[in-house]
Design a protein around this ligand. Structure first.
Ligand code: GLU
Length: 314
């Protein structure tokens, strides 16, 4: 071995240690950054109540691991989950914890990962930012998978497929029959910022008279006050709101889109494929159907088959 090579060896060894240290890109150091951009400051009709930054409003539940699915899942720790807190059937923050289909799916996944779930309120507009800035590890929040979002975050699933519909005052006084009716311009239509519902409305009924809030409950309240004539979003969200209205609202029942719900995780996260393994187990052993019946089943008579998972890249 020449002298110069002998001299190089310790240098290379030291260099590789430095490289290894730089390479341990531990996101946990960023986890304290809970700044919430685009947090739903979108109330354009003076309701005033727009506090949806979801900061500090979280619930921790001990979800013990029951059984193993074989996924190489991280053991222990806390899984921070963004979910809706005001969507009947999917996620409602009650004194004893968050209840609904999304909340139960999230709890089960956390349990299978051997982690403790910590819920954090998410609104439609802050789901991507929450995943990007580490506010949450996963979003289970009636979250439609689409290409635009897929550029920014990754999706496990789909674990449910909804369709966008319209909710109106009982008896449908304006005679709304579908998305075309909203394009007339004289139907005040409400939807939510940062949602595919609003994007679809703008695209499919560009002349619609649109009002936006940060949450669908606010649209429903606005309809109760006669400030809007219609609310549009996913049929299952509307079903929950209609069920809560004591007969005041009904659905047009003419869905015009497909909304495959995914579980959002940060771009490139290993969680995506691990969650898919857990979802498949839930599909196969009836857990998914049971959760559906216990939540959405309160208003939907039939339990659908769960959609096929997208395991590309897993
Ligand atoms: N599923 C649609 C979306 O992800 C509408 C429901 C929602 O805003 O959560 O945007």
């Amino acid at each position: 071995m020449s002298r110069s090579i002998r001299l190089l060896i310790p240098l290379l060894a030291a260099f590789s240690v430095v490289l290894a240290a730089c390479g341990s890109d531990d996101d946990s150091t960023d986890a304290g950054d809970t700044e919430t951009t685009a947090s739903g400051d979108t109330d354009t009709t003076a309701s005033g109540d727009t506090d949806t930054t979801a900061s500090g409003d979280s619930e921790t539940t001990d979800s013990s691991a029951d059984g193993s699915d074989g996924a190489a899942a991280p053991a222990g720790g806390t899984l921070k989950v963004g979910t809706k807190y005001d969507q009947p059937l999917f996620g409602v923050n009650e004194p004893d914890g968050v209840v609904g289909f999304d909340a139960d799916i999230a709890r089960y996944i956390a349990g299978e990962l051997g982690m403790e779930v910590e819920f954090q309120e998410a609104v439609s507009a802050n789901r991507e930012p929450f995943l990007e800035n580490g506010t949450v590890d996963m979003v289970v929040a009636t979250y439609t998978i689409n290409d635009e979002r897929d550029e920014i975050v990754d999706f496990a699933g789909p674990y449910y497929v909804a369709g966008q519909d319209i909710m109106v005052v009982a008896g449908n006084p304006k005679g709304i029959t579908g998305i075309e009716s909203l394009n007339s311009g004289d139907i005040a239509t409400c939807s939510v910022e940062g949602s595919t519902s609003l994007d679809n409305l703008n695209e499919m009924a560009p002349d619609a008279d649109v009002t936006t809030f940060d949450a669908y409950t606010k649209c429903a309240d606005a309809m109760g006050q006669g400030r809007v004539d219609a609310v549009t979003t996913d049929n299952v969200i509307l079903l929950g709101l209609a069920a809560e209205s004591d007969g005041a609202y009904e659905l047009v029942e003419n869905p015009f889109t497909e909304e495959p719900y995914g579980i959002g995780v940060p771009e490139g996260s290993e969680l995506r494929c691990q969650i898919n393994v857990i979802l498949q187990t839930m599909y196969d052993d009836g857990t998914w159907a049971q959760i559906y019946q216990d939540t959405v089943g309160a208003v939907a008579s039939e339990t659908p088959d769960p959609p096929a998972l997208n395991n590309e890249g897993c």
